[in-house]
Design a protein around this ligand. Structure first.
Ligand SMILES: Cc1cc2nc3c(=O)[nH]c(=O)nc-3n(C[C@H](O)[C@H](O)[C@H](O)COP(=O)(O)O)c2cc1C
Length: 352
């Protein structure tokens, strides 16, 4: 856990990742604040090697709420620069998770777009698809100019790029729907366009589901193929998750009550790691130091992400460094969801 890791060009001091978590603590129109920055600074002081921000919009549209951070806010680049400097001063790396939320977007943020007309959402035209690719590129460049170490393209949890991958949401009959290759076309376009636009040392990660866990959704076998296509598109790392936000079928943040429920995406992440040569990060329910060590030693998985345990205890890595038997306080109760700014309701905001 505490050995260096190289995600293609990006070297990080340890293999622990703070998985994306919607920070809020933003201005009503989605600008970053000192409160938002403090969340990352505290995490970096606590010893985690890589911090992935919560979902960050690539435009005003396509966000779950007007408060959600977005790269087109006038002060975004300047504030992100401060954020990166704070994180770097503690020896950690900052990756911005870019996300267009598709049918999960709030109408107050603008037109709600999805692969196909569903609920509130309108089906995207080819022009809107081309525009989206450009918005991802522009957003990545803002992050690069601010000094961030990379971006993560959110293609999991039922957001827009996951909706394209999934036959459950994607009923298009053009080159973006139907076959898996077509459903993956937009994600690949985004990865390739961003990679072309940024310097080789700027990391481009993807977060994807190991399957949609829906009868008519993307299967695990298809997820393996998606990962292979992402490898061909020169992605720098893939984080393997699961679940659909707000779905009854399964959440990305499962409740864990028994030891056997820990590390619930690990098997899938291992099988994907065995099939490709891209650094794989597994997320979901990791709670026990010794289990994480075994996972890292016995598999090709390169990194382990934690979300809720680090909301509860941002200094958990430091605690594990001094006592590997330390058991995190997090009870996976999910009461942290939508707290503003992000915090554990059973702890003070600074995690004490
Ligand atoms: C409060 C909260 C906010 C989250 N926000 C995001 C997010 O912005 N982007 C994302 O990809 N996942 C988000 N997630 C999911 C986590 O990144 C992670 O995949 C999930 O919680 C499982 O990891 P854990 O068991 O370590 O918490 C969020 C989870 C929680 C609990």
């Amino acid at each position: 856990m505490f050995t260096e890791i190289q995600y293609k060009q990006m070297r990080v001091k340890n293999r622990l990742v703070r998985s994306a978590a919607l920070e809020l603590g933003t201005t009503p129109d989605g600008g970053l604040t000192e409160e938002y920055l403090a969340i990352h600074h505290t995490l970096a002081k606590g010893g985690v090697g890589t911090i992935i921000t919560g979902i960050t919009g690539i435009s005003k549209e396509g966000r779950v709420m007007p408060k959600m951070a977005h790269t087109t806010h006038p002060s975004y680049q300047e504030m992100l620069h401060k954020d990166v400097k704070n994180v770097e001063s503690e020896g950690a790396k900052l990756i911005v998770q870019l996300c267009s939320c598709g049918m999960l977007s709030h109408p107050l943020c603008g037109k709600v777009l999805a692969p196909s007309a569903l609920g509130n959402a309108e089906a995207m035209s080819i022009r809107e698809i081309d525009n989206l690719v450009e918005q991802y590129v522009a957003a990545a460049k803002v992050c690069e100019r601010a000094g961030a170490h990379g971006i993560q393209i959110q293609a999991a949890h039922g957001f827009l790029l996951n909706q394209f991958l999934s036959p459950h949401f994607n009923q298009r009959e053009d080159e973006y729907g139907g076959s898996l290759e077509n459903r993956c076309r937009l994600l690949r376009r985004v990865v390739m366009a961003v990679k072309e636009a940024v310097s080789p040392i700027f990391a481009v990660f993807v977060k994807m589901n190991q399957s949609d866990e829906l009868e008519d959704g993307m299967t695990f076998e298809e997820a393996v193929e998606v990962a292979k296509m992402l490898e061909e598109s020169h992605v720098d790392g893939i984080e393997i998750s699961c679940g659909l936000v707000g779905s009854k079928e399964g959440l990305p943040n499962r409740v864990i009550t028994r030891k056997e429920e820990e590390g619930y995406n690990f098997e899938a992440a291992c099988r994907i790691a065995d099939n490709i040569n891209v650094p794989i990060i597994a997320v979901g329910g990791f709670r026990t130091f010794s289990d994480i060590e075994i996972c890292l030693q016995k598999s090709k998985v390169k990194g382990i992400s934690l979300c809720r345990p680090l909301i509860c205890e941002p200094d958990l890595p430091e605690k594990w460094l001094t006592d590997s038997t330390y058991q995190p306080c997090c009870k996976s109760c999910n009461q942290c969801f939508m707290t503003n700014p992000l915090h554990c309701k059973f702890k003070n905001i600074d995690g004490k």
